[in-house]
Write a protein that binds this ligand. Sequence first.
Ligand SMILES: Cc1ncc(COP(=O)(O)O)c(C=O)c1O
Length: 408
Amino acid sequence: MDTSIDLSGMTPKHAEHYQRSLKSIPWATQTNAKRYDGELVPSRPPFLKRAKGCRVWDLDDKEYIDFKASLGPIILGYQYPLIEDAIKNQLSNGVLFSMASPIEIEAAEAILNTLGWAEKIRFMKTGADVCACCLRLARSKTKRNKFATSGYHGYQDWFALTWPNNGVPDVLNDFSHSLPYGDIAAIEALFDEHGSELAAVIVSPFEWDQAPSQKFLKTLRAKCSEYGSVLIFDEILTGFRLAKGGAREFFDVEPDLAAYAKAIANGYPLSAYAGKAEFMDTLDKTIITTTYAGETLSLAASQAVMQVLNNEPVIDHIHVLGQTMRDAFDDIFREFNYPAHTVGLSPAVTIQFEGDESEQSAKRVELFNILYEKGIFANKEWFITYSHTASDIAKTVDEMHQAVKQIS
Ligand SMILES: Cc1ncc(COP(=O)(O)O)c(C=O)c1O
């Protein structure tokens, strides 16, 4: 049990639950980004017990306007009625069957129609699962071992090579190359040296704390085609958020395969890998199999999410409200000469603090702690959902104004 964590920022109820949790659950959570950070963000509660719309409640019933969106999956809002109805309806038929269920076809067709570019799709449960599936297919199709990555792709061995105490054999380093987002010269150098050995390049098509680079994606597309490497987009965070068709539509660059999760089912556990038939048909010869991928509740949720995405202005809403919030944040930073500005794209902007790394961190901690106290569940990426309203954003801007004034 980790006894080094400072609990003094927690309320008594949270401290009691946290200490109890640590006795049976290392980290007291399953997810790195949900770990309690007593040093950096003491006022962020370690537990939330309820969520509805764009609001979440902690163990003391304190209410927050949420911008963490469960790390991205919540695109419509918590407990969105149409999704909950689809779940209840499916529950009456059962959750997992001894053979495939028709909801697999219905969800597959709904997702492919929404994406608008991919021809075939298969399901899994996590983002890390489907990134690994795409790499497996690429290696199987090209009969090559090496790959290049840009961005974060989950906990699995092939990607966690640089993590401390990772438990991953060193030999895997021989296969992996990394590529900084937006760096065109690095693409040229990579392909000059290793192009003919690369099974795949797997990239997050957009990094939320950087400027978008269509040129980076276009260059990768051209190089992968030239060298016969498979271009894989990790659309775990961009899919169904930047546009209905994700980064592929937003940047107008087509990968060969793409990995989706998070917003695909508004918080229900579903992920998918999809692409052109030529690449997905590699599955005719390559075995990828798991027990729970055809679980029907998440598929029903996803089918309903696609219905809402196609019938309502979800994407416009999150872009417009995100832009309103972004402009207002930047106005506030300018008004108080506060050393920060927003970066990224409006569905989930990031506040970039100025100075060296430790100055940035100190500024973020100071500001975010005040925001949590004021009932704003701040996050590195400020995720907007379809349930945030103009008045939620106005209240958030007002709290940000007071917070920045207090520390300027
Ligand atoms: C871009 C990206 N890829 C992959 C993953 C891994 O997904 P999961 O945590 O569901 O395994 C994440 C998770 O945050 C992600 O943001």
